[in-house]
Design a protein around this ligand. Structure first.
Ligand code: DAH
Length: 337
């Protein structure tokens, strides 16, 4: 009898262990603990046992078996319930990863970065920032800068002329400014010296884009007009700028050159720590005719000016192989800087 009870108990526990759903647990519950269950069936046979001791022992074994089955059912029910909840949660899961990704932060364009750093350095040297229009008169762009109509130097600038004229003016006397130098004239005409300004801006030339040229590019102009300004002030300013912008281990030099709006004129180069020289821009003492066109008496005042490309600074600083890459706005290029 005891052996039968133990066998029935073992079989019941194995069934419970094998159950894989809450439904089959519910079915086993009725089947194993109900009146027709294998253990309950054995209980009905207790009366046929010979001795009281045998009845007592068998009765106890039946009760223990029922209890074991009952608690095994309860334990398995909890187990399967937890798994079912987990499965349901997994099935209902919403994928919110898209919203958890940090949004990409943009940054200023390479040229804007150089532009702003140049402004910062010159402001640090005591300059103010000035600006002028991109659509300019022939007079401001050329004539006032000591290049009257027919002056051969005009050919140096591949000018884009506008099919437009002010009343009484010839078509073609309005241009897209070819350099930032006309801001010199506008600044002189708008106030009296002392003048210490830089004028960064966009300039235009009739040029085919290639690895080192763009028809639209950027320059920064400098103009100082004060009493007793000499070439030494120009050289000192270029040197101070070079050290402030590139670093203390860089230096500068002036080389004689020619520009119609300065006399004498020079080109300035910077020397890298490895000893190599790099041509940066033009400069010189403001020509007396230019001061006069700006409404300033060259007997009383003197000045210097300089101008150079901003895009080239960005290209040099970041080793950009092709200047065009800076303007196609490919995010894979832009995000490297
Ligand atoms: N405007 C000149 C250019 O576009 C650069 C330049 C040279 C500017 C000499 C100056 C200067 O102010 O003094 O090539």
């Amino acid at each position: 009898m005891i052996a039968d009870i133990s066998a029935a108990r073992g079989a019941a526990l194995a069934q419970i262990e094998a159950a894989d759903s809450l439904e089959s647990i519910a079915a086993l519950d009725t089947q194993l603990l109900g009146k027709k269950g294998s253990i309950a069936q054995l209980k009905t046979k207790l009366g046929g046992l010979a001795t009281v001791d045998e009845k007592k022992a068998a009765g106890q074994a039946v009760n223990e078996a029922m209890q074991a089955v009952s608690s095994a059912l309860a334990a398995r029910r909890v187990e399967l319930g937890t798994a079912a909840t987990a499965a349901r949660v997994e099935a209902e899961r919403l994928d919110l990863t898209e919203f958890a990704v940090k949004p990409e932060r943009g940054h200023a364009h390479l040229v804007t970065q150089s532009w702003e750093r140049l402004e910062d350095v010159f402001i640090g040297l005591g300059f103010q920032v000035a600006e002028g229009p991109e659509v300019e008169t022939d007079w401001h762009n050329f004539e006032a800068l000591n290049m009257p109509i027919g002056h051969p130097a005009r050919g140096e600038w591949d000018t884009l002329f506008l099919d437009h004229a002010a009343p009484g003016e010839d078509v073609g006397r309005t241009v897209l400014r070819t350099h930032t130098s006309p801001v010199q004239i506008r600044t002189m005409l708008s106030g009296m010296p002392p003048i210490y300004i830089v004028a960064p801006g966009r300039v235009f030339r009739r040029d085919t884009p290639d690895a080192t040229h763009m028809p639209v590019f950027h320059q920064i102009e400098g103009l100082v007009v004060d009493r007793d300004i000499t070439m030494a002030d120009l050289a000192g300013t270029i040197e101070a700028f070079t050290k402030a912008f590139f670093g203390a281990d860089f230096s500068s030099r002036l080389r004689p050159s020619y520009f119609p709006f300065t006399e004498p004129s020079a080109e300035f180069d910077i020397q890298r720590p490895d000893g190599s020289w790099l041509e940066l821009g033009g400069c010189g003492m403001v020509h007396p005719n230019v001061l006069r066109h700006g409404g300033i008496d060259p007997e009383e005042w003197s000045g210097f000016a300089f101008g150079f490309g901003i895009d080239r600074m960005a290209v040099m600083r970041h080793d950009v192989a092709d200047i065009r890459d800076m303007f196609v706005n490919d995010i894979r290029f832009a995000e490297q800087f």
